[in-house]
Structure formats: C-alpha cells, structure tokens
Design a protein around this ligand. Structure first.
Ligand SMILES: Cc1cc2nc3c(=O)[nH]c(=O)nc-3n(C[C@H](O)[C@H](O)[C@H](O)COP(=O)(O)O)c2cc1C
Length: 473
C-alpha cells in the first residue's frame, strides 16, 4: 500500500485539508483517508469538489448515485455509545444521497452528542423525549414510527439491542422501534467483551429472527486505550451503502418462492479435543450472498463454519464445524432451487485425531499427522441423481492459474457455474472486504470488475435471478 506524507503537500491543499478536518472533527490523516475512500467508492464527488470544481461528468455521476433512494426517509436513532460522534457524519452521508433524515437521541446518547449538533446537521429539531408535550403534539411517536422507510440504529448499544429483543418501550427510541412496521438496520458498537457476551449473542439472534438487518461491527481498535477486537461500529460510508442497498432492494423480491442454500466460512478439522486445522476464510463472502438472496425474497438456509461475522437477518443458519458436519447439514437443507458453495471446506481431515490432548513425546522432536480426504460437498451435491438443485454454484479459490483451474473444476465437479477468485496473499481476498471474480460457465467466462464482497453477492444473485427467470419464461 502506498503511503502519503501530508507535510509534502502544497500549502493550499494542506490548509484546505486542515479546514475540512476541523469542520468534520477528524484528524487530517483521517480526513485524507475519508476523501480517498469516498473517491474510490465513487460517491465522494462532493468532497473532492472542494479541491476541484465539479465537471459536467462528475455532476451527472453524483445525481445518478442519489437516484434510486431520492425520496426515501430514514429515521436515525443514536444510542449511548462512544461511536455516537460518527453518526453525525452518517447524517451527512445519508443526506448526500438524497435521503430525508429524522433523528432521535436516547438519553444516554445525549452524553456523547448534543441535540443541537445533531439538529444542525439534520436541519430540523431532533427528538429526545417520549413525554415531551411539544414533540408529541407536533409529530408524535406514532408518526415518527410510521413516516419512515427505514429505521437505522447507530450506534446500536448492547443495552438498546437488549431492550429491543425484549420488546421494551420505556423511552422514545424503544417505543418507536416497537411501534414501527418499517425495516430496521442495526449498526452495533461496543467493547469486544460486551459483543462476545452470551446475553448479547442471544439478543442478536432474537433480533435477526425478528427481521432486523445488521451492518458491522468491524474488527479494530476501540476508543478505550489498549482495547481491540470485534465491536467497532461500521464506518458511516458502510452504513450509508447498507441503507442504500436496503432502500433500493425494497419491492424487488425477484427470488420470492425460491429456496436458496449457501455455505460459508472455513471448516475446523480436529487434531485432538483442543487443536484443529483451519483456514483463513472469514465467511464474509458467503454471508453476503445469503443476505443478498434473502433481500431478494428467497427462503435462505446458510450452513456456516465457525466465523465471527454476525448471522445475516432473515436467514435460517445452521452452524457446523467440520466438513462432514457441513455435508450433513447441506443434505438436510435439500431440496433447494439454488445451492451456492462459498465455504472454504478443508480438503483433508486428520485420520489419527486424538481422543485426548496430544502430549509431547520425550526425546521426539517431530510428530506425524496423517491426513485423509474429506467428502467433496460441491461434487456430491452436483452429481446427485435425486434432489439435485437446478443451479449448483461453486467457488474456486486458487493461488495460481485461476481461470484455467476453475474451468477444470467446473467439469470435474459437475456443477453449473464456478466463481473463480485469486486468494493468494497479495490479493487480500481472504479476510478482506473485496473480491475479484471470474464467472466460469460452460457457455463462457465473464470477468467482473474488482468490487466489495457485498457487490459480488448482489451481482451473483442478479445472475441467478436472470437464469431462473429465463428457465421459467
Ligand atoms: C464512556 C462510555 C462509553 C460507552 N460506550 C458504549 C458503547 O460503545 N457501546 C455500548 O453498548 N455501551 C456503551 N456504554 C454504555 C452505555 O452508555 C449504557 O449501556 C447506556 O445505558 C446505553 O444507553 P442506550 O440504550 O440509550 O443506548 C458506554 C458508557 C460510557 C460511560
């Protein structure tokens, strides 16, 4: 990755950067990162326009980005977490996309951001109190709940999610959340130990089963010194694109009535009761595919190996560890119309796995593990005579000769499509957020531009939809 020294920029640029950073409350370094990220995501023309007057082309591009959600309304509920300050930026990002924003601050949120600063960015009064006569006669909690296309909770604190999962309604935010029929998107943010707590996990499962959607949390540094792990709120740009995706997917339930099976994540193959062989798969791609299929209205079963990403909302999830368990779960999920095998299944398991923890042997500096082939889940399902899905799709994770190997795999496995991707360390695919795919079918290959794993999922589900609808027609 190239590095950039701000000191080397010309004085005018440095001054502009400092002014922008001061205005948005970020460090200069963070401001540069924000600008670059926006430019890369092709959504940041308005920011870059501060340095370069907009051209006709950039203006056209800006208005095109805003189009699909132009008249949509989002109610943003800011919870009482340290990440609340990022939600002020989120308001700007949503408004840039032509979305009308209303905002509720919980009592705890007011310790982190003020109604005045949120209101200044929203451009209208923000709501804080259930029993405020002025607010109640003006708009009222029921209108706040009804007059929105989507409710976004960011940061979704552990406490707020617990209250939602339990159906509480003891303040304005929870009452509105209980009274709404709109879709709810949660951006959790908390200390990694709070995130890993069994109570939080239980509440998350409940909220996912109730139909809430999630974005994040991400892994990284916490606000507290020396704390890091999973629990950082997704960045405002990530939340804004999740919002856009939900708002533009509304009404396009093209996979309604279809059953889709997706596998995701790694498998763990035990060496003994405490050790295992695994791989670097994060499950991000498979989970994104399951979420995209569910957003398109499909009845989705996700068979997932051990991952730290959250279960996608509205999806039946079967959690497994080994390749053999994964195959069993996949067979249980049949019949389906489409099966997408995105999991990184271990090719081998340990034949001589110990029943007890293996001990070092005195005087012996080596130990042998004998490996035995695991069942080939993709080939097993693709070659089934009974209950073979109409479309069987595999992934070919290769580190060399990616497309050539994928073509061979298409034939040897008997599947219909292969999504070939380069997982060599230089590609950053394993564990990263982006993917570069070549779709290999018997009719030919199609190279997709490098894109986020969410975009890959959306593109794949669009192709699946086209194909199923062609068959129907
Ligand atoms: C400095 C500070 C930071 C906090 N950050 C978080 C956080 O990031 N996530 C969280 O779940 N709770 C956090 N808490 C605890 C919440 O503020 C507390 O649980 C509160 O009741 C949540 O209110 P809410 O339900 O209105 O969001 C923090 C508390 C303090 C004092």
């Amino acid at each position: 990755m190239a590095s950039l020294t701000v000191r080397q920029l010309d004085d005018r640029l440095k001054k502009l950067l400092r002014m922008r950073a001061a205005k948005s409350g970020r460090s200069v370094e963070d401001e540069v990162r924000t600008i670059l990220r926006e430019a890369a995501e092709d959504t940041g023309r308005t920011v870059l326009d501060a340095f370069e007057p907009p051209t006709a082309r950039s203006r056209a591009r800006t208005s095109r980005t805003a189009l699909p959600v132009e008249t949509k309304r989002v109610l943003l509920i800011i919870g009482g977490g340290i990440a609340a300050y990022k939600s002020l930026d989120l308001i700007r990002r949503l408004k840039e996309r032509g979305i009308t924003v209303r905002c509720i601050l919980t009592k705890a949120a007011e310790h982190f951001v003020t109604p005045l600063s949120a209101g200044a960015i929203v451009g209208e009064h923000v709501f804080t109190d259930l029993f405020d006569p002025a607010g109640e006669f003006d708009i009222g909690h029921i209108r706040l709940a009804r007059e929105t296309d989507l409710i976004v909770v960011a940061p979704a604190t552990a406490d707020l999610m617990a209250k939602m999962a339990g159906g509480h309604a003891d303040d304005l935010a929870t009452t509105v959340l209980l009274a709404t029929t709109a879709k709810i998107l949660l951006a959790p943010a908390m200390n990694p130990r709070m995130w890993a707590n069994k109570a939080t996990k239980r509440n998350l499962r409940q909220l996912a089963a109730d139909g809430a959607a999630f974005v994040g949390p991400n892994e990284g540094e916490m606000a507290e010194a020396d704390e890091s792990g999973v629990g950082r709120m997704a960045e405002p740009l990530e939340i804004a694109s999740a919002v856009q995706k939900i708002l533009s997917a509304e009404g396009t339930q093209l996979l309604q009535g279809r059953r889709v099976l997706v596998t995701s994540g790694p498998t763990y193959e035990p060496i003994d009761p405490v050790r295992y062989i695994a791989n670097r798969s994060s499950g991000k791609q498979g989970h994104a595919i399951a979420a995209a299929a569910a957003a398109a209205g499909a009845d989705v079963t996700l068979v997932s190996g051990p991952v730290s990403v959250a279960d996608p909302p509205g999806v039946k999830v079967m959690h497994v560890e080994t390749a053999r368990d994964m195959l069993k779960a996949v067979e249980q999920a049949l019949p389906v119309d489409v099966a997408i095998f995105a999991a990184a299944v271990a090719d081998w398991r340990v034949a001589n796995a110990g029943e007890q923890k293996l001990k070092k042997q005195p005087g012996k500096s080596t130990a042998e593990l004998s490996l035995i082939e695991n069942p080939d889940i993709l080939a097993t399902i693709a070659k089934r005579k009974m209950q073979r899905p109409k479309l069987v799709i595999g992934f070919a994770a290769e580190t060399e000769n990616v497309v050539a190997n994928a073509k061979l795999k298409l034939i040897s496995k008997g599947c219909d499509w292969i999504l070939a991707n380069d997982v060599s360390p230089r590609s950053g695919v394993m564990g990263g957020d982006r993917n570069t795919i070549t779709l290999v079918r018997s009719s030919g290959t199609e190279a997709w531009k490098p894109q986020s794993k969410d975009e890959v999922a959306a593109t794949l589900i669009a192709r699946v939809t086209e194909t199923l609808n062609e068959e129907k027609g």
